[in-house]
Ligand binder design. Structure first.
Ligand code: NAD
Ligand code: IPM
Ligand code: MN
Length: 354
């Protein structure tokens, strides 16, 4: 079981250290090797996804990632930005299926920005397409050209999906729904965008193969509203890359903090990249206060999806439940009456609970 470990930038190395400690405590034959991705890779090699990282990521069975990016690299040309490294590794490894589970741990009901009764028992899975859409569509660019008789800067991107891309992510979503509450909500903007009209048509076609799953459709603006109005109406949500990026950050807040939301990005054979849904949090980087639980829970997803180690995955998830029940809280989920801890102490508590 070979894992390519990519700590990345900002809080990445801090949260990754805790996830690695948890994995090492499990008594599994895991082989872990570190490499550079993102801004740290730009600094060391001039490129955000260096060849050595690519080689290791391709050889490994799974990739565990912290986060990339930060203000230090924001002025770089687009192809050298840290985020381009992340998009590059997702595309390179064919990781088209991004699973983002938003689960409310009962102890965090008060940390959610919504009323406890609205989020109690929340368990949503967002299935986000990850290698297509406006993120990768061509043509794209910025240039100066004549518009209405004056020279203007114009910026453009292309929202595009091919049938096979929609079909394969819908299958992943239907199969996930079959194993859960058998409800799938497909999110689009078919009232305005042709690309998502095709999405809806194909969702209807794929649904014929899954008669036991109830398929509904929702426009993305309404979906954003329904997520904060009555989030428990959802079981599995499936959507494109861009809408999924936005809706999953929104859903994370229902669980108390984005520092709680793990993710798995899978290819057709369950090779995967596992990372928290949040970013490098430059505002708190280097302070030792970041919440490592999303990364630790991402490691649990890795054990489940890539390595079929269900028992070990549950051991980690149960340890996380236990530390929350014991009252340990990083700043993002802190409330009066609980024990405020930093990143390392949270890792210590998870290790003790294991
Ligand atoms: P962010 O997710 O990094 O931070 C948003 C807010 O959430 C910040 O206030 C931050 O302190 C807080 N936060 C995030 N993770 C936390 C944690 N584990 N514990 C406690 N608080 C946490 O989003 P942003 O500020 O928009 O982006 C910062 C940088 O990260 C940008 O360069 C962006 O491109 C990059 N980014 C990377 C990834 C990734 O690597 N997968 C994801 C999102 C953003
Ligand atoms: C995420 C991030 C990335 C995305 C960025 C950093 C490229 O926001 O993983 O959600 O938009 O996919
Ligand atoms: Mn995002």
């Amino acid at each position: 079981m070979k894992i390519c470990v990519l700590p990345g930038d900002g809080i990445g190395p801090e949260i990754m250290a805790e996830a690695v400690r948890v994995l090492k405590a499990l008594d599994l034959k895991l082989e872990m090797e570190e490499a550079l991705l993102g801004g740290c890779a730009v600094d060391a090699t001039g490129t955000p996804y260096p060849e050595a990282t690519q080689k290791l990521a391709r050889e490994a069975d799974a990739v565990l990632l912290g986060a990339v990016g930060g203000p230090k690299w924001d002025a770089l040309p687009r192809d050298q930005r840290p985020e381009r490294g992340l998009l590059g590794i997702r595309k390179d490894l064919g990781l088209f299926a991004n699973l983002r589970p938003a689960i409310l741990y009962p102890e965090l009901a008060n940390a959610s920005s919504l009323k406890p009764e609205i989020v109690a028992g929340l368990d949503i899975l967002i299935v986000r397409e990850l290698t297509g859409d406006i993120y990768f569509g061509q043509p794209r660019g910025i240039e100066t050209r004549e518009v209405n008789g004056t020279q203007q800067r114009v910026g453009w991107n292309t929202m595009i999906y091919a049938e096979y891309e929609i079909r394969r992510i819908l299958k992943v979503a239907f199969e996930a729904a079959q194993k859960r509450g058998k409800k799938l909500c497909s999110v689009d903007k078919m009232n305005v965008l042709e690309c998502t009209q095709l999405w809806r048509d194909i969702a209807e076609e794929v649904a014929k193969d899954y008669p036991d799953v109830e398929l509904t459709h929702m426009l993305v603006d309404n979906a954003a509203m329904q997520l904060v109005r009555a989030p428990k109406q959802f079981d599995v949500m499936v959507t494109g890359n861009m809408f999924g990026d936005i809706l999953s950050d929104e859903a994370s807040m229902l669980t108390g903090s984005i520092g709680m939301l793990p993710s798995a990005s899978l290819d057709a054979n369950n090779k995967g990249l596992y990372e928290p849904s949040h970013g490098s949090a430059p505002d708190i980087a280097g302070k030792g206060v970041a919440n490592p639980l999303a990364t630790i829970l991402s490691a649990a997803m890795m054990l489940r999806y890539t390595f079929n180690q269900e028992a070990a995955a549950q051991r980690i998830e149960n340890a996380v439940k236990k530390v929350l029940a014991q009252g340990y809280r990083t700043g993002d989920i802190f409330e009066p009456g609980t024990k405020r801890v930093g990143t390392r102490e949270m890792g210590d508590a998870v290790l003790a609970a294991l």
